[in-house]
Design a protein around this ligand. Structure first.
Ligand SMILES: [Zn+2]
Length: 274
């Protein structure tokens, strides 16, 4: 599933091609991919809007259409958002096609259909339960170590479960939770409340390192993730623990352990992580 670095890569690639463009038409080939408002209202309201800015909150892409109106795209498990020439044949599993005023098309494709398209003001989407109220951005320069400590030390769940909670910290999923906990030398299953202020500082640094390195490497193509041009990322070749259960730890050589936390496969080193 695309996480913060993958979504950030796509938004950064799309930004120069989308900002300043006007959407002249929207065709929904699988209307239920729109979750707010109704597909009919969505298609008519999005036609004619000019994209003022392209940003990201957590795993949500947000295209600012002026006056606070946002076109929001969540890629779910297998969503892909690409700009293509309008003459290119429409690929299978394409659910929405936005034609732009320069003749290009923004196409949303999603074989597993867990993604969603939304249109509205942020508070309206949150009130309609279409988007959670997201926690702080871990790569925001203003996100302080003590803020992370404040968000984890009161929680009774496993430490990894807090990292996966989008209302606690935005944008972290299974890949970068395992990676940052390994870098911070913290066990994913230890109670969040047992983490000291000092360990939280280490986790803060490793979260930012894991995410920014992955952005530099254009994300992890561990599943179906592709960038805005349909190309693979490169971070999957550099992952320390994710997807490496049973293989030797790069630090100590012991086989990495696999457990389940919050229903998610979790890989860590029993020797290096405490
Ligand atoms: Zn180890």
């Amino acid at each position: 599933m695309p996480e913060l670095p993958e979504v950030e890569t796509i938004v950064a690639d799309l930004r120069p091609h989308l900002v300043g463009r006007t959407i002249v038409r929207c065709e929904l080939l699988f209307p239920s991919i729109v979750r707010h408002p109704s597909p009919e209202l969505f298609a008519s309201a999005v036609a004619g809007v000019r994209i003022e800015a392209a940003g990201r909150r957590g795993k949500y892409m947000q295209f600012d259409c002026g006056s606070g109106l946002l076109l929001v795209v969540h890629l779910g498990m297998s969503g892909q958002l690409r700009i293509v020439d309008a003459t290119r044949p429409v690929e299978k599993h394409t659910h929405a096609v936005f034609t732009l005023d320069d003749g290009g098309q923004l196409r949303y494709r999603d074989p597993r259909r867990f993604g969603r398209l939304l249109l509205g003001r942020e508070d309206e989407l949150i009130a309609a339960n279409k988007m959670p109220r997201l926690g702080p951005e871990p790569i925001d320069p203003l996100f302080a170590p003590d803020q992370l400590y404040g968000r984890i030390h009161r929680r009774r769940t496993a430490l990894k479960a807090v990292l996966l909670d989008q209302s606690a910290i935005a944008g972290v999923g299974n890949i970068y939770a395992d990676e940052s906990l390994h870098r911070a030398r913290l066990r994913p299953d230890r109670p969040a409340a047992s983490v000291s202020r000092r360990s939280a500082r280490r986790l803060h640094e490793s979260l930012r390192d894991s995410l920014t390195i992955a952005i530099q490497n254009r994300g992890s193509s561990v599943d179906s993730y592709r960038d805005a041009w349909g190309e693979l990322g490169q971070q999957q070749e550099r992952l320390l623990v994710y997807g490496r259960g049973g293989q030797p730890c790069y630090t100590c050589g012991r086989p990495l352990a696999t457990i389940h936390i919050a229903g998610r496969t979790t890989v860590f080193c029993r020797r290096c992580q405490r």
